[in-house]
Every structure is written in C-alpha cells, then in structure tokens.
Ligand binder design. Structure first.
Ligand code: IVH
Length: 702
C-alpha cells in the first residue's frame, strides 16, 4: 500500500470532523421531521446541509459509511406498526374447489403416509371464517403480543388493538396451559354488526366498507386503539403456533380445551369425519346452512385430527399437507357488459377486461371483470351490450361466467380481438400453443415498460415507498424513469438540474415539493441493499413468483453465486452445467429454468441487471430456518424406504435444514439408499459421495 501523503491526511481529518458534525445535525432534523412531524428549519436550509455532506463524500469516498445520512431513510423506519417474526410460520391453505380436488387431497395423504385405501383417516372439519388471521402470544397465562399474518414469516404488531377485542382474554382462566403459547385464529365481524356499522358510517358521511372482512381488517389496523375498540370485532381461535410442552393430542381435544382457558371457539358446526363421504355430506349440510349463519364463511377447513399425523405430514413451502380449504362455490349475479377494453401486462400479454354496470356480488361492488383471453370470449360468445353473469370467489378477480343470450340486443356484434397492441401499435401475435396474444413491442411498448417498473418497485419486490402506480406513470411520462436503473440515478440527475438555469428540478415542481422528493429519494436510497430473493422476484421473469425466487436465492446463497450461474445460462443455455443444476433442484420446474435462460440470453435484460448492480448490493439469503442438524447438506433419496414414503423422507430432511435434490451430482453430500437402489448408488460411488442405508437415515432423522 502506498504511504499516504501528509497534507492529504490533514485535509481528510478536517473533512471527517465536518462530516460528523453534519451527520449529527441532519439526524436531528430527520427526527424532527419524520418522527415528531415538527421540522425546525426550512426545506432549503435542510437541503443545503445535505448537499454539503454529499459534496464531502464525493471528495472523500471513505467517509461514506453505512451510518451516513446519505445511506439511510430519514430516521428510524416510519412504519405505523412494528414487525413481528413468527417463530412458526403462519402458512396459507391449499384450496379444494370440488369433490375431486378433495379426494386428491386425501389420496395424497395416503401416499405420503404409506396408508392403505381402507385405513381410516380421522378428519376434523371447521367453518372457514372469512376474516383476518392473527397469532397471539401468551406467556405464563398473560397476553403479551399479537400479530397479523403479514407475509407468513413476518407480521405486524397489533397488540394494542387486539387487546380491545372483547372475545380476547387478557389473562387465561383454568390451568394447565403451556408456559409459552402462540394461539391462532380469525378476527371477524358478524353480518348484523357489519350492516349496523355501515349504517352508522353512512349517517356520519364516513367510509362504507365493501364487506365484513374488509371492515374487520380496516378496524384492526387502526393507529388509534380507541377506534378499534369502538368497532364490533370478534375472534375465534382454531390453532396453535409455537408452544412449550403440552399434552394436547388432537384438533378436537384442543378446541375442547380452548374455552376452558377463555378462548372462544365455534364447536357447534365442527365435525369429526371418518371418511371422504362423511366430509362431503357435512360440506353439503354447511353449504345449505351458510346463509343462516351469523358470520360469513367461504368454505370448510378440513384438518387431519391427530397432531402426531399433522407433524408427520408437515408442510410444503406455502401450505400444510394436513389441512385444506374446501371452498364453497362463488356467488354469482347478472349485470350489463358496457364495453370490452384491453390491458397490456408486464410481459406484453393482451388481457380483455369487461367494463360492467357496477353490481353487488356477495357484498362487494364489482365494475370490472377479467375475460382472460381471446378464446374465452369466443367460447362464451360474450358481446358488448350482453347481460353477463359475474362471479367472485374470495379474493380472486371477478370473472364472467356466461351470457344470457335471450336478452341480447338486436345487432350486437361478435367481438373482434385486436391484432395490434392498443398501447404502442406494434403487432400483437399469438404463438403456437399459447392462449395469450402478446404485443411484440418489447421495450418500445410503454405499457410493458411501465408495468415492469411497477412490478419492480411493488411491495413484494423492492418495496419502494412513495413510488406507486401513479408516480411510476408520472416519471415515465416525464421521461425521467424508463428502466428500473433510472430509479437509482433519479436523485443525482435531479441535483444536477438544480444547478441549471431554466430547468425545474423535481424537488421544485408543483405538487412535489422538496420534502416529498426528499422522502422518495430516501426511500430509494434505503433499497440500495436488498435480499437476493427480492431482487430476483423484482426482475419480473416469467414463471418466477415470490416462492420460486426465494427457493432460487436460498439455493445460490449469495448474489455472486447466482450471477455466475446466470452468466453461464446466458452463454451456453441448456448445455451449461448451471442449467443441469437448476433442473436437478427440487421444486424448480423446467419452465422456470427455460424462463431464466430466455431472460438472461437477452442482451437488454443483462444490461438492466448489470446497471442495477452498479447501485444495488445484494444481501445473501438466510439458510432455511437458520440451520437444523442437516444444514448445509444436499441429500438424494433412491430406492424404496420401508418406513416412510419418499415425500415424507424429503420433508423430514428439509425440516432438518438439508436441501434435497433428485439426481446425484458433485454437490450431493449424501445418498440415502433404500431397497433396490439402482443407478444413483452407482453414480454416488463413482463420485465418492457418502451412501447411507435406511437404518442410518432413521437414526439421523430421529
Ligand atoms: S387453520 C396452517 N382454520 O383461512 C393453516 N384457518 O386460506 C392454519 N381460516 O390463513 C389455518 N377459518 O386465516 C384455519 N377454521 C379455520 C379457519 C382458517 C378461516 C383462514 C385463515 C388462513 C386462511 C387460509
């Protein structure tokens, strides 16, 4: 290392002192602005401080450290609610939309547990309450914390609001509860209370809620607990999350115990069933009773009754294997189809949208519905002017079920699907085997580009606060943001405009003001470090949703490892070792691997990724569940195991922190060989991979 020259050292010492002074000063003003809503200096004075700080950092980059105000969003994150990490994730449920789906669910349980067709599976059925799920933590019988589900791993701290619900015990009654116990359930509003609440709101000219579920959600997420307390919220309890030792053995036993501790349950409609047929009968009975219940339900939740079986069945990434939401059919209503418009999505897909005479469907006002694609319109022969049947199923986008042809006005013409993109005029083509017609405009199509940017900044992607759909459109129209990379240079470019005569920087424009621009820049700066999984998801690659992005990120671990693999894909495509590795991963479909190849093969996509990496640091992904005793291992199973199915073995291995692959490669650390192990055992021997038998596996898993 060359020796530093003395005069530079002095300059640096002076700059360092001034930098520290400025940082302190700015932090003080940030707190006044962000936390106390009471700024003590003018915006211009504040801007001057920041500019001086940035100038010092430009001259002496070594001053730019993580603690510098240039690297942080205002003061502490301004989130109304704190965050709570669930010790046991709050999973979602898979859906069964009919008897066939339900039979498939039970067949899967039989396969997973190696049960014969005549072995009895004891089910417990509960109404699926249409509310908002929560997890409440009790320590030594006292409520200490309550959280929403959030993304399943991290929820919002709603303790103060939750305490105001009259069904919720502050202290438990009876005895025998675990020392620490997370109890889960649903917050909801009864139908009659919902109507009354809306009447009161209408009379006072306040917000009208669309349905009881929205009313419950809005009421629970109030900043002022007094407002929550004034709402008619109720709660049902139906599950346990993390607990210390207890001796409850079944779902039924738990629900019988809950009221003795003070937790309300609704056992009047709960039902133990010993066969698929019994579940179906109970389903039909509840469907008939649905409208006469006090509260809204949208189906049944059917659970395997035994906790021991629940534990063995475990869960996939999203949902437990021991429970399913057996959904009721959607509610349906007729209305007038006023027009058909076309929406262009992020990947160029042209989606026809039905513009409807607004109508109430199952308690929600619906004015637009999806028509899916060209073939659907032809198949249902939907024409503008028709009376169409609209259906809504849970949170799913409303759909058009069919047309009442007897009411069709004379002269209503069949709909002609456009063969050009309505946004950019490029040709819209339909490739063989595809249902969707796609705009070929690619980057020149503003609709696609705007949708991509919207996706990039959306909540589950980079989550840049202050960059909503409207702002993205605004920046696009102004020519300020044309690719995701532009977001990160926005502040710098704006600062340059500041010094130019005759050009109006963002922070001086009407409706923007220096402080809101400042807030946006701060929110952008806060995303200069992002977890790898969010970054992958944000790129908006076809077939890569959040779950897949997380799987990929966990597999590669670091941004560097991921990039090396993607470079290989871009060059050698399907012939690359990276491709073989990808398709060997469990849970990664070939379509995902192909989508990555296609994405990284395109030069302009690589340019965007490279551009982003000039501004964004990728944080390594946490290993699954922070390591179990098989953390870091990659296992492959082969042959038949006598004690458990392949699926159960895989789930056990993953629970212990291992990765499970389907074929043996140099990254395999252990092969578990059951009866009749074939070529994989041979390959493992060739590669020098450790091979263990079933007994050794059981000991390891036990
Ligand atoms: S059990 C591991 N039981 O349905 C899953 N959920 O679609 C535990 N829900 O997030 C959920 N009634 O908010 C369960 N009796 C019931 C339920 C119920 C409503 C909700 C819950 C869950 C959602 C999944």
């Amino acid at each position: 290392m060359p020796a530093a020259k003395a005069p530079d050292m002095f300059a640096l010492a002076g700059a360092k002192a001034r930098h520290a002074e400025l940082a302190k000063e700015i932090a003080r003003h940030d707190a006044a602005y962000y936390q106390q809503d009471a700024p003590v200096i003018s915006d211009a004075e504040y801007d001057a401080l920041r500019r001086e700080l940035l100038a010092l950092e430009a001259e002496h980059p070594e001053l730019k450290n993580k603690a510098s105000p240039s690297q942080k969003v205002g003061a502490a994150p301004v989130s109304a609610f704190g965050k709570v990490k669930h010790r046991v994730p709050m999973l979602s449920l898979d859906n069964a939309f009919g008897k066939e789906d339900f039979s498939e669910f039970t067949a899967q349980i039989r396969r997973f547990l190696n049960l014969s067709n005549d072995a009895i599976i004891e089910f417990f059925c509960e109404p699926k309450i249409d509310g908002l799920s929560f997890s409440a933590r009790y320590e030594h019988g006292v409520l200490v914390q309550a959280a929403t589900r959030g993304d399943g791993e991290i929820g919002e701290d709603i303790t103060a609001n939750f305490r105001t619900i009259k069904d919720v015990p502050e202290r438990l009654e009876g005895s025998g509860w675990p020392d620490v116990m997370e109890v889960r359930g649903e917050v909801y509003i009864r139908k009659a209370d919902f109507l009354k609440l809306n009447e009161q709101h209408a009379a006072r000219g306040e917000k009208i809620f669309a349905n009881p579920r929205n009313a419950a959600a809005g009421s629970l997420r109030q900043l002022d607990p007094a407002v929550t307390a004034s709402r008619p919220l109720r709660a049902f309890f139906y599950a346990l999350g993390y607990t210390t030792a207890h001796d409850l053995k079944t779902q039924l036993e738990m629900l019988q115990q809950f009221p003795e501790w003070g937790f309300p349950v609704d056992l009047s409609h709960d039902h133990r069933c010993l066969s698929d047929e019994e579940v179906m009968e109970f389903y039909d009975e509840m469907l008939r009773k649905r409208s006469s219940l006090d509260y809204e339900i949208d189906g049944l939740v059917v659970k395997v009754n035994s906790f021991e079986w629940q534990r063995r069945l475990g869960s996939s990434a999203r949902a437990p294997r021991w429970a399913i939401a057996f959904k009721f059919p959607a509610e349906q209503v007729y209305t007038l189809l006023k027009n058909i418009t076309i929406q262009v999505g992020r990947t160029g897909t042209l989606t026809p949208v039905a513009e409807l005479e607004p109508v109430n469907v199952g308690g929600v006002m619906v004015a637009r519905a999806t028509l899916h694609n060209e073939d659907e319109i032809v198949r249902k022969d939907v024409r503008v002017g028709d009376r169409v049947m609209v259906q809504r199923a849970g949170d799913v986008i409303p759909q058009i079920v069919g047309v009442d042809v007897s009411q069709r006005p004379a002269g209503a013409a069949a709909y002609v699907f456009p063969d050009h993109c309505p946004e950019c005029g490029s040709e819209a083509v339909r490739e063989e085997g595809e249902v969707a017609r796609r705009c070929t405009g690619g980057l020149v199509c503003p609709a696609q580009a705007v949708e991509r940017i919207r996706h990039f900044v959306s909540r589950d992607a980079l989550d840049i606060e202050g960059l909503g759909a409207k702002q993205v459109q605004f920046f696009w129209d102004e020519g300020l943001v044309r690719t995701p990379v532009d977001i990160f240079t926005l502040e710098e470019r704006d600062r340059k405009l500041f010094d130019m005569v005759g050009t109006l920087p963002l922070s001086r424009r009407e409706g923007w003001g220096s402080l809101s621009a400042q807030k946006l820049f701060a929110a952008i700066a806060a995303r200069r470090e992002v977890p790898l999984s969010r970054f992958i998801y944000a790129l908006g690659i076809r077939h890569i949703g959040e779950v897949t992005a997380r799987q990929l990120a966990r597999h590669y671990g670091t941004g560097d490892a991921w990039l090396v693999a993607m470079q290989q894909l871009a060059g050698e495509k399907e012939a690359s070792p990276a491709y073989a590795e990808l398709v060997g991963l469990d849970g990664i479909a070939d379509t995902v691997a192909m989508a990555l190849v296609e994405f990284f093969h395109e030069a302009h996509n690589r340019e965007v990724v490279d551009g982003l990496l000039q501004h964004v640091t990728l944080l390594p992904e946490e290993a699954i569940a922070g390591g179990g005793k098989l953390a870091g291992q990659t296992l492959v199973f082969t042959g038949t195991l006598a004690s458990m199915s392949r699926a159960e073995a895989k789930a056990v291995a993953e629970r212990l922190g291992a990765k499970v692959a389907s074929s043996v490669s140099s990254s395999t650390t252990m092969l578990v060989a059951g009866e009749d192990a074939g070529s994989k055992a041979k390959k493992a021997a060739e590669l020098g991979v450790k091979v263990i038998n079933e007994a050794e596996w059981l000991e390891m898993a036990g």
